[in-house]
Design a protein around this ligand. Structure first.
Ligand SMILES: *[C@@H]1O[C@H](CO)[C@@H](O)[C@H](O)[C@H]1NC(C)=O
Ligand SMILES: *[C@@H]1O[C@H](CO)[C@@H](O)[C@H](O)[C@H]1NC(C)=O
Ligand SMILES: *[C@@H]1O[C@H](CO)[C@@H](O)[C@H](O)[C@H]1NC(C)=O
Ligand SMILES: *[C@@H]1O[C@H](CO)[C@@H](O)[C@H](O)[C@H]1NC(C)=O
Ligand SMILES: *[C@@H]1O[C@H](CO)[C@@H](O)[C@H](O)[C@H]1NC(C)=O
Ligand SMILES: *[C@@H]1O[C@H](CO)[C@@H](O)[C@H](O)[C@H]1NC(C)=O
Length: 571
């Protein structure tokens, strides 16, 4: 009798706590490519980042709209660190709701962001499973060095609904996915002159080629308060010796000792040896220092220790770092991305909002648009017949400027691998709806259902992205390399040079770019009207978008014309 009474009481408790859980996010199946190994051991300790709801995201968005909109009386009156924080910090109610939950459950939260909108908690898996109705398990993926602990479903106790935006890592399944494309051909070193020649089949892209093609000045920038930040992830390190060799070869007009400043977060390092060289970090640094002549360039090495492979966590480490820097760079460029669906809506939204905050402070946030054409940076031959197009994140975030790739010179056409499409998470923002609607009118009716017509279209702009000359791992190894990874630093360098001119005239920097790009600056781009983004590996006959007159999801508004962009910026 006593036993069954106790049993009844227990069932009621379980029923009550089950009823008070609200489903937050779930996958209906294991994300493709990942394999379930086993349940996570009950006593394994897991550290979860809890993203607390910011008190006024809508207010920040409205403020950003007014400071980034040409014609607004507040145009380019970028916010200070504290002004942004007033929007992004959680409300007192949110903090007390989470603190009450934590203390009731014996959790000790640690604040891990300057706005206090992120805290971390460390707890046994069994407890996490109970508190958040998760089923943590061990998953592997061929691209991951280590197994990861994730869950297909996460819920929130009702008292946290409206206070907690995201718990990470839970349902985000993302791999490092470094897709920089090397055509695998070593080339004879080309100096600055022999480049950008469409009638020469062996021609390669160099800084001189880009300078000539886009009208980029070669004279050094003068403003020391300016900085261009290049982010580095996944132990991809930028080598000073490779940079010096590159500059000697292709920029003999500037000192080959011109270098970058190392910044570090999450224990990031930057060891210097040919064995530590990586194509991605090297090409990003070489085309930043090589094009943004005289602009101070910073390399932010984002470490991560055991979370080295956790891309969402690394993106958050980056924004958290910048949120605490009083004099941030004016431009940040990142050449990494992954299919949006693998992040999941809640963590992607929180990361995207962090870019909104950086934009409001006057930082131009630049991302490459992915190297998988319409197939989500994921250009796998198995996927060529799958006509559900996959957008790429963070390129799909409306608060970043995403950069696609072109090839050829007269005229430029869209490179087949250029990532582009329409977000399933973020609606088309106000600044691009007219441009995107015009493109949607060109799409054949049988495309319905392949992509989300109401989503944020990306990329926003493009530059050359194929056959870039670079130096890697010392020696005389010159490789020609391609992908939107090289386009992002090229475009970011152009923006950094324009910021130099603005600062020289005591004018505010460009900051969040897109409203300006789609309005006053839209004629400062050469429209790219041919190309099909079926991918590097999928046959050209596979379904994809076609470049068109005006904005398109391969090359955006087109490729930059520096003098026109500068004139629009100064006007
Ligand atoms: C371009 O390449 C063609 C073919 O190799 C060559 O004849 C021509 O001189 C080159 N033009 C320039 C400006 O280097
Ligand atoms: C960097 O290269 C050095 C020299 O080969 C090597 O000893 C070291 O292990 C490398 N560092 C890392 C972290 O890979
Ligand atoms: C950085 O290193 C410290 C000391 O080893 C460690 O406690 C911390 O967890 C590390 N941080 C990250 C993000 O790996
Ligand atoms: C096609 O790709 C989408 C997006 O990854 C996926 O959800 C869907 O299951 C795939 N369809 C087939 C038939 O493989
Ligand atoms: C399409 O995008 C909108 C946001 O613009 C989103 O609310 C909706 O869920 C998306 N549809 C699908 C099927 O993903
Ligand atoms: C995609 O374009 C690159 C560069 O022009 C080319 O090497 C590759 O063969 C193309 N891929 C396909 C499938 O046509």
């Amino acid at each position: 009798m006593a036993f069954s009474k106790l049993f009844a009481v227990l069932s009621i408790v379980v029923a009550i706590s089950a009823a008070s859980m609200v489903l937050h996010e779930r996958h209906t199946a294991i994300p493709s490519g990942f394999a379930l190994r086993r349940s996570a051991p009950d006593d394994e300790m897991i550290t979860l980042r809890v993203g607390l709801k910011s008190n006024n995201v809508a207010g920040l968005e409205a403020k950003l709209r007014s400071v980034s909109n040409p014609g607004s009386p507040d145009f380019r009156k970028w916010l200070s660190m504290d002004e942004v924080k007033a929007f992004t910090q959680p409300s007192a109610d949110t903090v007390s709701a989470f603190d009450a939950f934590a203390s009731a459950n014996g959790l000790v939260p640690t604040v891990i962001s300057p706005s206090r909108d992120w805290v971390s908690i460390t707890l046994p898996v069994s407890k996490a499973n109970k508190l958040f109705a998760t089923e943590f398990a061990i998953y592997t993926h061929p691209d991951l060095k280590r197994a990861i602990t994730r869950t297909l479903t996460v819920s929130l106790p009702s008292e946290l609904v409206g206070h907690v935006d995201v718990i990470h890592p839970t349902t985000a399944f993302v791999t490092p996915n470094i897709r920089l494309v090397s055509p695998g051909r070593q080339i004879n070193a080309h100096g600055p002159a022999a480049s950008c020649n469409s009638s020469d089949p062996s021609s390669v892209v160099t800084p001189a080629c880009l300078q000539e093609l886009y009208g980029i000045p070669t004279t050094p920038a003068t403003q020391t308060s300016n900085a261009l930040l290049v982010t580095g992830y996944f132990d991809q390190w930028a080598q000073s010796a490779d940079l010096a060799q590159f500059l000697k070869l292709v920029r003999p007009d500037i000192p080959s000792a011109t270098t970058f400043t190392l910044l570090s977060t999450a224990n990031g390092t930057n060891p210097q040896s040919p064995d530590n060289a990586s194509l991605e970090a090297n090409v990003d640094i070489q085309y930043s220092v090589g094009i943004a002549t005289g602009v101070p360039v910073q390399f932010l090495s984002v470490g991560g220790g055991l979370t080295l492979d956790d891309f969402p966590a690394l993106l958050l480490e980056t924004t958290t770092f910048l949120d605490g820097v009083a004099n941030p760079p004016t431009v940040m460029t990142t050449s990494y991305g992954f299919a949006e669906s693998f992040f999941g809506l809640s963590v992607a939204t929180k990361i995207c909002n962090a870019y909104m905050a950086l934009g409001a402070r006057g930082i131009s946030v630049v991302f490459d648009s992915g190297d998988g054409g319409v197939r989500g940076n994921h250009d796998d031959p198995d996927m060529c017949t799958n006509n559900t197009f996959m957008p790429v994140f963070p390129a799909s975030c409306p608060w970043v400027s995403s950069v696609g790739s072109t090839q050829g010179f007269a005229p430029e056409k869209a490179l087949n691998l250029t990532g582009g499409g329409f977000s399933n998470f973020f609606p088309a923002p106000y600044y691009q709806t007219a441009a995107v609607d015009k493109f949607l009118d060109t799409i054949p009716g049988d495309f319905a259902g392949m992509f989300n017509k109401s989503g944020r279209g990306h990329p926003d702009i493009s530059t050359q992205g194929w056959n870039f000359e670079m130096v890697n791992a010392g020696k005389v190894l010159f490789v020609a390399i391609g992908g939107t990874s090289v386009s992002a630093p090229t475009f970011a360098s152009i923006i950094a040079l324009i910021n130099d001119r603005l600062l020289a005239e005591n004018k505010p920097v460009l900051g969040f770019l897109n409203p300006f790009l789609y309005s006053k600056a839209s004629s400062a781009f050469t429209d790219v009207i041919t190309g099909h983004n079926s991918g590097l590996l999928c046959p050209a006959s596979s379904a994809a978008f076609d470049a068109a007159v005006g904005w398109d999801p391969l090359t955006g508004l087109g490729t930059p014309i520096f003098p026109d962009l500068l004139a629009a910026a100064l006007a």
